[in-house]
Design a protein around this ligand. Sequence first.
Ligand code: NAD
Length: 737
Amino acid sequence: MSYTNFTVATDADGIALVTWDMPGKSMNVFTTEVMEELNAIVDATVADSAVKGVVITSGKSTFSGGADLSMIKAMFTFYNDEKAANPDTAAQKLFDLVGRMTGLFRKLETCGKPWVSAINGTCMGGALEMSLACHGRVASNAKSVKIALPEVKVGIFPGAGGTQRVARLADAQSALQMMTTGQSLSASRAKAMNLVHQVVEPDQLIPAAKQMIKDGLKPVAPWDEKGFKVPGGGIWTPASAQLWPAAPAILRRETAGNYPGALAILKCVYEGLQVPFDTALKIEQRYFTQVLQTTEAFSMIRSLFISMQELGKGARRPAGQPKTELKRIGVVGAGFMGASIAYVSAAAGLEVTLIDRDMDAANKGKATGEGLAKDSVGKGRLTQDEAVAILARITPSADYADLKDASLVIEAVFEDRDVKKAVIEAVEEVLPEGAIFASNTSTLPISGLAKNSKRPADFIGIHFFSPVEKMMLTEVILGKETGDKALAVALDYVAAIKKTPIVVNDTRGFFVNRCVLRYMSESYDMLIEGVPPAMIENAAKMAGMPVGPLALNDEVAIDLSLKILKATAADLGDKAIDPRHMELVSRMVEKEGRFGRKNSKGFYDYPPKPAKKSLWPELKTFYPQKKADDLDIEVLKQRFLVTIALEAARTVEEGIVTDPREADVGSILGFGFAPYTGGALSYIDGMGAKAFVELAEKLAASYGPHFKPTPLLKDMAAKGETFYGRFDPYRGEKEAA
Ligand code: NAD
């Protein structure tokens, strides 16, 4: 029998080698067709008396990334359609649907012939769950092998037996840690956790897997053997009495109770370990069905999985523009940002000319790259040879003529209109016809800068975030005259460096910084009201923000905040800023000399390592302090999320952001907006525009007019609309279909 996604070759020893190699895909994923074929392979190998056992591996460099996004998307569509048609049976039907994968893997596990998974590369999610259902697991020791159950990161959890098998192989603490964080394990760590049996050289993978079968591997999972004992003895042991009472508290500390998927993992393991395996699988299936129905799972999968992939693949790329094969780019300004932009570009295989005012400055920029490469080698992410090759692609220079072969130049010089003007003119002198000029400015409108350009259609903003090598987001900014070609080249470049782009129209602060400023501004309001600083920081974290607003302000630099306040007042008038904010920030910077992390003095104190930062005690003396008990933590949490969401809504209303996916993905990747909400607009959609407007009005009555809902939101509330409905990102596709 032949299959589309697999080949099966049985050797003279009767071992069938099943190779998973999906045509036209760079990575194997579980689709309905893959599941059907795997099911048929189990049947065929059981029926064939010549087959003694099966080794399953991948024909690609990775093993598999897990479930296909279209399959997960289909589950939501199925459930929503079903609920509309038949609310009483929708959950039951969803339960049956999610049980299919569980059932398939259980069938494989109990088929009577031994199966070994030969893990040749990254093995994630459903693919690891399948491997755990195999009777043997051999992993290659290649550095590229990563083993993980990362589902929790997109709001769900391992729902095809993962929670039960991991907790029956590894000790409960490691199992919970692995699944509730979604962390990636190396092959050796997976072996130490008892999740794989052997780790071998890559060329020994298939022979070792086959040998396991030849050595008489029993086709029975440990938990199907009589007398099976859970590692550590299960739930009712003294060791478990140490673990289980603390586990929910630890999870709560890490997630503030915001992630139903993470909590479900605890419940699955705790309940599942007390019952026979098949009952445990049913428990998992039940919780998975429940979690799939949560707003959190729906919104997280949409933003962090589906939208992120769609944007990464160029959802906003203009039609009809040929793909640009970038070879050489130029970066002008080899400072803090430029040096890192040059490095990530070179790491992506591009040749980079790195220009600064003189050779010393340009060389210093390359040295920054050397530091980053050294760091990656130290962490095992790069080999020495790869690091050398990356650095060889960066050519420092002080001569603009060296940009003559560049198809894209990114400037990251001082944030000063005149300096940028001179650079734009100098670059355009030598830049070939058709090449694109991009500015990494964070505050200067792109349309204004483009006035210095002779070719404004080829002028665009590519706004990076610091640290460039870590931050996955880039904001692409369209000036008034930016043309389609510039956008296409910018998006091709962002794709080449493997970052996620959002495309926004020109405005002061673009999208991300506008929202971030609201976050910090709300914390200034709270400080002035006398909310204890620790409570401000904790409320923000409990709302789901990864970094408190005061800590974030320290990272961004408080003197920069002062500069922005002053510039806003100068450009838009004194009324555009809150004088109390100006007083607070200028006191911090000008009177107290507290600039933020950069001078080790900000809202926090930064003692020498290993001591940890702590809130600056004097901050409490600035304003009369309220008692924590007199404050409502829920309201503090809401204020942070609502003020940011309102700003995101304003950017949509003003036509700055045109696709809700971009506001959502941008808010999560750009500044960590409570990921469980699915992003700033999904936060509004999740509770409904009506509830959001009511909440905003309530907050406006107590905390100021900046909370007043906008006309767009009121209109959406009246009509019962969502952002994804009113600004449907798939409208074009639907109309075309
Ligand atoms: P920086 O001061 O560290 O670096 C600027 C570099 O530009 C310096 O090396 C300087 O020598 C060089 N330079 C100045 N004039 C030049 C000229 N005429 N020709 C060639 N090189 C010249 O500044 P930075 O923090 O890297 O910021 C650079 C740009 O990136 C700014 O527009 C800033 O707004 C933007 N940005 C900064 C951040 C951030 O977190 N620092 C984030 C996003 C964007």
